[in-house]
Every structure is written in C-alpha cells, then in structure tokens.
Ligand binder design. Sequence first.
Ligand code: PRP
Length: 210
Amino acid sequence: MTLNIALPKGRLGEKVYERFERAGFPCPAIREENRKLIFDNEALGLRFFWAKPSDVAIYVERGAADIGVAGKDILLEYEPDVYELSDLGLGKCRMAVAAPQGKYLDPGRTLRVATKFQRIARAHYAGKGRDIDVIHLNGSIEIAPILGLSDVIVDIVETGTTLRENNLEVIEEVAPISARLIANKASFAFQKDMIEKIAAGLSAGLEEPQ
Ligand code: PRP
C-alpha cells in the first residue's frame, strides 16, 4: 500500500521534506531540478506531492493524501476534519491584529477588519464581544488600513518586516502559528503503524537547533 504525503510547496515545504529525509523517509527524485509535482519512493511505499500550502488540508481531509503538513493558520481558518498529530516547530510565525503605527484608537463603532482569515478574525473579536465588519481580501492585506479600507488587519507576521515597511504595528496577538503534521482519519485507522513511525521520526531531535 502506498502512503500519499502532501507537502506545502515553497520554502516551508523544502524544510519539511528535509525533515522526512533525516527521519529515514527520503525520496531522492524530489531533489532533481524540474517542475514535477509527484514523486514516488516505491521501495518505501511513499508518494510525495507538492500542493499549494492552503490546499494541503483539503487533500488530507478528502483522503487524496493520507498525511500532510499544513500551517496552523489554515487549520484554524478552515477547521478541516483531520487529525493534528504533531507540531513540527517549522514555519513559526504569529497571527496578529495590526494597525497604522501610533495611530490606533478604537473607533467606538463596528470595527472594520481586513483579512484573508475571516473565521480567525471573527472568533478573535467574538471572544472580546466586539462587533466587526470583516472585509475579505486575498493578499496585500497591509495596504487596507493605509487606504482607509479598514481600521485594522488580521494577518500573519513572521519577521515583522512587511508591517514595519508599511508603517503598521502589531496591536494584539491572536495565536502562535507553526507547521503541523496532519492525517486523514480513515488512513490513520488503517495505516496507523506507518503513520506513527513517520510522526515519531519527524519529531525526533526536535530539541536540537534546526
Ligand atoms: C505573509 C503575510 C505578510 C507577510 C509577513 O504573506 O500575509 O504579508 O507574510 O511576513 P513578515 O512579517 O516576515 O514580513 P505571504 O508571504 O505568506 O504571502 P501572501 O502575500 O500570499 O499572504
């Protein structure tokens, strides 16, 4: 039986794949410079594929992938019906509320919040009993408060450079984010031994510097 593994395409995915390699689950073909998206290691019964990071949880939830690696931001936003097996400690960043530097004053009316993460924003403000108007954007969220489209943004902050260079600042922390190993629920029941072996391998030596 082949175990299908969805990896997030991009910089995070490369670090994640290195973790698989170090844990004894390599797939040398993945290192070849080409535009292929699916790679098999028949000897180990593994098939890796690169998915858009925000799509990994869809593949895993529907069973097209048995396991995968997704950001906690995606898990909080879409609440896919999957098992979250472990925190890989990679891709660490935070979800935060940000506003123009030194200018934020609660407007005392419905707060306009621009974000890609509608559910996370709603849950955050519901917890504070604050009424908000969510403005759903697909990217470049940082420009919304500068142009007067919103009062604040809810977005991912990693180094803080994007905020700084656009004269914004964090005004509230929402949640810490990192990459999580997730599993399809049926796959976990049927391929428990293999999936647990991989989960243990990926977490081994986590306390060492990456
Ligand atoms: C994220 C986020 C910020 C940026 C933060 O965007 O939306 O724009 O990273 O990183 P920093 O704090 O290190 O500057 P990402 O690059 O993931 O892509 P996106 O524009 O598609 O959201």
